[in-house]
Design a binder for this molecule. Structure first.
Ligand SMILES: [Zn+2]
Ligand SMILES: [Zn+2]
Ligand SMILES: [Zn+2]
Length: 189
């Protein structure tokens, strides 16, 4: 029995067999030849998907430096452009929602907290401003009302004094006349 094996090997950049294709020709010594073909695929160390073509590999993850990336599982940090495998990829809910590395996720979250504080502060300032405006309007209104009341009161007083100016002399005259009449009617002694 004789056996001839042909083997094609594709290695990944790390030197590991990525894809092995072999053809086995067996001669059983009695004139019968048998050809068997075998094919075994390598795996992406990041997502365990079978990879048969070197072109599908995308290098090693920049974060863990151990797992590889392929066209299916590769992602990139949207902030620092680091290459990320499926395990090291983090998500930031946004807005906008992005795939990021752990460091950038941390930074984005801190920034969001600061932004939230800032906008809360601005809302508080707006509330204060509105309250002050309201207060100022109310004060102006009250002052106007008070001025109007004072004016009305002054006008009322003036009216009264005008009246008194007319009435008082009349009263005095009447009194004087009354006295004259009294004296005039006094019985002579
Ligand atoms: Zn990784
Ligand atoms: Zn993969
Ligand atoms: Zn990043």
């Amino acid at each position: 029995m004789r056996r001839i094996v042909k083997r094609w090997l594709v290695r990944d950049p790390a030197g590991q067999a990525l894809h092995v294709r072999s053809e086995r020709l067996t001669d059983d010594g009695q004139g019968s030849l048998q050809l068997t073909a075998e094919s075994s695929a390598g795996y992406c160390s990041g997502c365990r998907r079978p990879v048969t073509d070197l072109a599908e590999l995308r290098g090693t993850c920049d974060w863990c430096n151990t797992r590889g990336c392929c066209v299916h599982c590769l992602s990139q940090c949207q902030v620092c452009s680091r290459r990320l495998c499926g395990t090291c990829r983090r998500g930031f809910p946004g807005p906008p929602a992005v795939a990021v590395c752990a460091t950038c996720q941390q930074r984005l979250m801190q920034r969001q907290v600061l932004q939230d504080q800032q906008s809360e502060f601005e809302r508080e300032m707006d509330r204060h401003r509105l309250f002050n405006q309201d207060q100022a309007l109310r004060l102006t209104h009250e002052r106007l009302q008070l001025t109007a009341q004072l004016q009305a009161a002054r006008l009322g007083l003036n009216k009264k004094s005008l009246l008194m100016r007319v009435v008082t002399p009349i009263r005095w005259t009447a009194w004087a006349l009354w006295k004259v009449v009294q004296y005039g009617c006094r019985p002579l002694r």
